[in-house]
Design a protein. Structure first.
Length: 565
């Protein structure tokens, strides 16, 4: 870490992208930084896109520049307004703002067409009437050069006429394409006369039926960057081999030339990051939708209770790499735990209630006990928790025949009730099947929390007063896939590895009354159980639904500590 970074924690650590930007600024190639985030509106954004959002908007902010939002809407058959709106919502939720710089590739369709005509006039492009299969066969292989199309030598005038007819809708889908005339023997397959336009008689969500030819991404992307004055076109590593084509188009047109820079995309274990595969999960009903809390989508993470700060911190921790790698999902979970530990309200909740009657506690007495809202932040204060004769505890906090060093409740054993008293189990009530249904306990009135009594026991458990509890539904979410790399076996459908225990729904859970006025999206720590938030979709009029964000166990934190030893 540099001296500047130590003195000013706001200064971001350097990486190879910042080094490139610094070099270009120092040499005067660019005098400001203008980036862009260019999503294709054919699905919801996922955690990998979140990294790109944080990177592009973050670079612009750090260099006092600007970042444009530009939708790559060049494929009308897969794009929807719903996706456009969801993308904008996700970016704003993450804390970024594109101001008045909301653009679309379709904004430039006329200009892109004119650019293509200019290249035809220079003899750099041609209309190919070969079939899709024929073009594929002519491309060659990684070890063999391609073959030139029989239509490659068409005259400029013939190409201009055919391209104009393509634009005017005089041909059917697939009859012709416009290709760049580069080098069919190039070792870079992307330079072997790539397709620039194809015919698609499809309705576009913005341009309607005006166009029936649509630009390919490689053609639209660089020219759109140029039109907007982008200085640094930051994209993922799979576009590294496309950079020579990016440069070729811009150089042939002699227009503003941004610098394309590639970085490694974000890959997480125990999930898939392909929008095509995520769409499969949605359409085939494996999950409830794009915002299902098990999905790696930003909307799914938001619904599950992740905070924008935790995702931004995660993106910062992951950093910017030049090689593809797989990040442990435990690091993402650690990031949200770290944030919620500091900011989430603590409350008591019993997910699988077991009735406890405190036999020596007065029948009509109710005490208001003080409970700490968050020990990490004293400014959050305290709240009142009602305590009465009948309470609920977790079934897992009682064992009739416990092993050694079992410090929770068992016959004849004592535990402390959080913020309350020490109780002792004196009787166990069972049903006809031998299942424990009720415990009878006594309490020691001299052991009230905060009373100064020094008697202590080894176990402390949480509880909820029976008369004051509110009933809620709790959804325990786990990882969607049981296999670390569900795409590893190419001959096996990745959906075979869907975790059958990725969702457990528990009804009639008991929560302290403090939560009765909580709102959808509010986040809490259920003491000893994990972090939860109120669902923003499925809440019913009289029943709150809570989603578990993450349990309390923090694998990544343990890994970090072990590495420091």
């Amino acid at each position: 870490m540099s001296t500047t970074e130590k003195e000013n924690p706001e200064v971001k650590p350097s990486n190879f992208i910042r080094e490139i930007i610094d070099e270009y600024l120092s040499k005067g190639r660019f005098n400001k930084v203008i980036t862009r985030f260019p999503p294709e509106p054919n699905g919801y954004l996922h955690i990998g896109h979140a990294k790109s959002i944080c990177l592009n908007f973050g670079l612009a902010k750090d260099y006092n520049g600007q970042c444009n939002l530009r939708f790559d809407d060049t494929n009308p058959e897969t794009e929807e307004v719903e996706y456009v709106e969801s993308i904008k919502e996700d970016i704003k939720w993450l804390g970024f703002d594109w101001g008045d710089r909301e653009f679309y590739a379709s904004d430039y369709f006329d200009q892109l067409y004119d650019y293509a005509v200019a290249l035809i006039r220079k003899g750099k492009t041609y209309v190919d009437s070969s079939t899709t299969e024929e073009i594929k066969n002519m491309r060659g292989t990684l070890t063999e050069p391609g073959k030139e199309s029989p239509y490659r030598k068409r005259s400029v005038e013939e190409n201009l006429t055919l391209f104009r007819q393509m634009k005017n809708g005089e041909f059917k889908d697939g009859e012709h394409v416009l290709r760049a005339k580069i080098d069919m023997s190039s070792p870079n397959m992307n330079m072997r006369d790539p397709i620039m336009y194809r015919i698609r008689h499809a309705h576009h969500h913005r341009t309607g039926d005006k166009w029936c030819i649509y630009p390919m991404y490689d053609w639209a992307h660089g020219q759109s960057d140029s039109i907007e004055g982008i200085t640094h076109s930051v994209c993922t590593l799979e576009f590294e081999n496309h950079r020579p084509l990016y440069d070729w188009f811009i150089d042939e047109l002699e227009i503003h030339h941004p610098q394309q820079i590639e970085f490694a995309r974000l890959n997480l274990n125990y999930t898939v990051m392909s929008k095509r595969k995520l769409l499969q999960l949605v359409e085939e009903g494996y999950i409830s939708g794009w915002n299902d809390p098990r999905m790696p989508t930003i909307s799914g993470l938001r619904r599950r209770g992740y905070t924008p700060e935790s995702i931004r911190n995660f993106s910062e921790r992951v950093g910017v790499a030049k090689r593809d790698n797989v990040i442990d999902v435990a690091l993402l979970e650690h990031s949200v735990r770290e944030d919620l530990n500091k900011n989430a309200q603590r409350v008591m909740a019993v997910l699988k209630p077991l009735k406890v009657v405190i036999t020596n506690y007065p029948d009509d007495k109710v005490e208001e006990l003080d409970a700490v809202n968050n020990p990490e932040d004293p400014s959050m204060g305290t709240r009142k928790v009602p305590f009465s004769k009948i309470i609920f505890i977790e079934k897992d906090d009682f064992m009739e025949n416990p092993p050694k060093k079992y410090y929770r409740l068992s016959p004849g054993n004592e535990v402390r009730l959080r913020y309350a008293y020490i109780i002792k189990c004196v009787d166990v009530i069972k049903d006809s099947n031998g299942e424990v249904t009720e415990l009878h306990c006594t309490y020691d009135p001299e052991t009230k929390s905060g009373s100064g009594n020094t008697r202590s026991v080894k176990g402390t458990i949480h509880w909820v007063s029976s008369d004051h509890a509110i009933d809620v539904e709790v959804r325990l979410y786990d990882r969607l896939f049981s296999k670390e790399n569900p795409e590893e076996d190419k001959d096996v459908d990745f959906k075979q590895y869907i975790n059958p225990k990725s969702l457990e729904v528990i009804k009639n859970c008991k929560l302290e009354p403090y939560l009765k006025n909580a709102k959808p999206g509010d986040r809490f720590q259920f003491e000893r159980l994990g972090y939860f938030c109120i669902d923003t979709v499925d809440n019913k009029e009289y029943t709150l639904v809570f989603n578990r964000t993450v349990p309390l166990r923090d694998t990544w934190s343990k890994i970090e500590k072990s590495q420091k030893k």
